[in-house]
Ligand binder design. Structure first.
Ligand code: SAM
Length: 487
C-alpha cells in the first residue's frame, strides 16, 4: 500500500489520486504475476512499488527483478524532478533486500548508452514491461518497439494513459493496427491501461473482469470489498453478525477526525463487529488489524473510507459530515465533533543539552566534536535534543552557538521560570557545570548526566548521582547507552 511518506513532496495533496493509480497497477500485476519487470518511465516509483508489492503479497520474493529506465526529462510527469533518487529510496525501503532493483537514467528516444544496454542484456528478457515514458505519439511508438525487443515470448507489455493522453491513445491504436500478430486488452483502470502480448505466446489476455479495477479484485475467499458509496452507503451493506473491516489509510489529522464517527458507528450498530486497518503510524495510537486485506481474520466486508478533502466542501459539508452522510450513512455525532479524543499521557521526548558554561569556558565547556556526537546519539536514541543555553544577562560571548544546532532557546527571553519549566517537561538533561546543570540536579538527579571537563563531578555532588562522563576521553555510544537505561 502506497504510504503517505512514500509520496514525493511535489505530489503532496494528490495522495488519493496516487492511491487509485497504485491500486490499478497492483491489481494488474497480481493478474499477470511477473517476476522480471522492466519499466520505461519510473518517475517517483509508484507503479514500481505496486508491482513489487503485488509480487511480495503473492509470495514471490527472491527471484523478482525490477529494472527502471527514466531520462529525467522533466516532461510527461517528470516536471519538478529529478525523481529517480526518490524512487530509489522508496523501492529499497519496504521489501528492498528481497528484490533486485536497478534504476537507470537514460532517454529512450536517443541511442541508449552502452552501459544501459549492457545492464539490460545482462538481465535478459522481461515478462512485464510497463511503458510509461515519453507520451508523444512518436515516443510511445518507439518505446513499444523497444519493449518488444526485451520481452519474453509469453511476456506482457502494459502501456499506460490510453484514456488520459490522446497522443498515447493514437500510438497504441496505430501499433495494434500494424501488429496483427499481437493480441491486446484494454483495461479500464485509473488512466486506462492496454496490455499487449504475442498471439500464441502462451499468455491469454482474458479480461480482467472486474469493474473494480483500480481497487483490489476480490478473490473467492476474500471478503466483499467496497469502496464506492454512490449507490449504497456503508450502513446499507452491513448485516447483524457481520465482521466488518474499515480501511482508513489517512494521516493523523483525518484519523483523529474520523474516530468519533467510528465510535458512533459502533454504538449505532452494536450487533456488527467493526475493526479498523490504520497505517502510517496511526496504528500505534488506536487499535488496528495488522493486515490490510485482513487475511485469515474472517471478515465479511471490507470498506475503504475515502474521507475526501474537498468533495464535501462543494456541498457545504465538512469532511466529517461528508463522511457520515455520503460514505457511512449515519447521523453525524455533533457533540463529539467538538472534542477530539483524549490521548493518553506520554513521556517527554526532549533531552536538554547544555554544552557551554558561563564562567571558565576553557575548563568547563564540551568540545564541539564531542557535542556533535552527543547530539547525534540523543537523536539515535529516538529523542529530541534541545540546546538549553539562555542568553541571560551574564551570557559569555565566547559561547557561540554550534552551527549544526537547530533547536535552541537562545532567541527566547531568558527567565529562570522558563528554564525550570523546560527541566520539568524534559526526559533528561545532559550538560556541563553551569546553572542549568544545577537546576536539573534539583529537579531530577537520576536523569541528569554531567559532562565533565576539568572539574570533577565530585565538586558538585558526593552521592552517586549524577551520572557523569568525561568529555576529553569520550567513548562513542556512552550517551546513547545512558539514555537507554532511563525508562
Ligand atoms: C508519467 S511519468 C511515469 C510514472 C511512473 N510510471 C509512476 O508510476 O509513477 C513519465 C516519466 O517518463 C520519463 N520520460 C519522459 N520521456 C522520457 C524519455 N524519452 N526517456 C526516458 N524517460 C522519459 C519522465 O522523466 C517521467 O519521469
Amino acid at each position: 500500500m502506497l504510504q503517505p511518506h512514500q509520496v514525493h513532496p511535489n505530489d503532496k495533496g494528490h495522495y488519493n489520486g496516487y492511491i487509485g493509480y497504485y491500486w490499478s497497477k497492483y491489481t494488474i500485476a497480481r493478474r499477470y504475476r511477473p517476476t522480471r519487470i522492466l519499466e520505461i518511465g519510473v518517475r517517483a516509483g509508484y507503479s514500481a512499488l505496486a508491482f513489487l508489492e503485488a509480487a511480495h503479497d503473492q509470495g514471490r520474493h527472491q527471484e523478482v527483478v525490477y529494472v527502471g529506465i527514466d531520462g529525467e526529462t522533466g516532461t510527461h510527469g517528470g516536471e519538478g524532478g529529478p525523481y529517480l533518487p526518490w524512487a530509489e529510496k522508496i523501492l529499497n525501503e519496504p521489501h528492498g533486500p528481497e528484490y533486485k532493483v536497478i534504476l537507470l537514467e537514460a532517454n529512450t528516444q536517443r541511442a541508449l548508452p552502452e552501459s544501459v544496454i549492457q545492464v539490460l542484456e545482462n538481465e535478459g528478457r522481461f515478462d512485464l514491461i510497463h511503458v510509461d515514458g515519453d507520451h508523444t505519439k512518436r515516443g510511445a511508438l518507439s518505446d513499444l518497439d523497444l519493449a518488444v525487443g526485451f520481452l519474453m515470448p509469453n511476456g506482457v507489455i502494459l502501456i499506460d494513459d490510453y484514456d488520459r493522453a490522446p497522443a498515447v491513445k493514437e500510438a497504441i491504436d496505430e501499433w495494434i493496427e500494424t501488429h496483427p500478430e499481437w493480441d491486446h486488452l484494454y483495461i479500464p483502470s485509473f488512466n486506462g491501461d492496454v496490455a499487449i502480448t504475442r498471439l500464441g505466446g502462451g499468455t491469454e489476455l482474458d479480461p480482467i473482469d472486474t469493474p473494480e479495477i483500480g481497487r483490489v479484485a476480490p478473490t473467492p475467499e476474500a471478503p466483499q470489498w467496497i469502496d464506492s458509496y454512490e449507490k449504497a452507503k456503508l450502513t446499507d451493506h452491513i448485516r447483524a453478525g457481520d465482521k466488518v473491516l474499515i480501511r482508513f489509510g489517512h494521516g493523523l489529522g483525518d484519523t483523529m477526525m474520523f474516530m468519533p464517527i467510528f465510535d458512533k458507528l459502533q454504538r449505532d450498530y452494536p450487533e456488527v463487529k467493526f475493526y479498523l486497518y490504520l497505517e502510517s503510524g496511526q496504528e500505534h495510537f488506536w487499535p488496528s488489524v495488522p493486515k490490510m486485506h485482513a487475511e485469515g481474520l474472517g471478515m465479511d466486508k471490507v470498506f475503504v473510507v475515502h474521507f475526501p478533502m474537498s468533495e464535501g466542501h462543494a456541498h457545504g459539508l465538512t469532511k466529517q459530515h461528508y463522511c457520515c452522510e455520503v460514505e457511512i450513512g449515519i447521523d453525524p455525532p455533533e457533540e463529539e465533533f467538538a472534542q477530539l479524543k483524549e490521548y493518553k499521557a506520554y513521556p517527554s521526548p526532549y533531552v536538554l543539552c547544555h554544552f557551554h558554561g558561563t564562567a571558565l569556558p576553557d575548563s568547563v565547556n564540551c568540545p564541539a566534536n564531542v557535542a556533535a556526537v552527543i547530539w547525534e546519539e540523543v537523536l539515535a536514541a529516538g529523542k529530541i535534543p534541545v540546546e538549553c543555553h539562555f542568553m541571560h544577562m551574564f551570557a559569555n560571548p565566547v559561547n557561540e552557538q554550534f552551527d549544526w544546532i537547530e533547536r535552541h532557546v537562545r532567541d527566547v527571553q531568558p527567565t529562570i521560570h522558563k528554564l525550570a519549566q523546560m527541566m520539568a517537561h524534559s526526559f533528561a538533561f545532559i550538560g556541563v557545570a553551569s546553572g542549568p546543570f544545577c537546576v536539573s540536579m534539583g529537579f531530577n538527579p537520576e536523569r541528569t548526566l554531567y559532562l565533565e571537563n576539568r572539574h570533577p563531578v565530585a565538586t558538585y555532588a558526593k552521592r552517586e548521582t549524577p551520572a557523569s562522563i568525561n568529555v576529553n576521553g569520550y567513548q562513542k555510544g556512552e550517551v546513547q547507552r545512558w539514555l537507554g537505561t532511563l525508562s
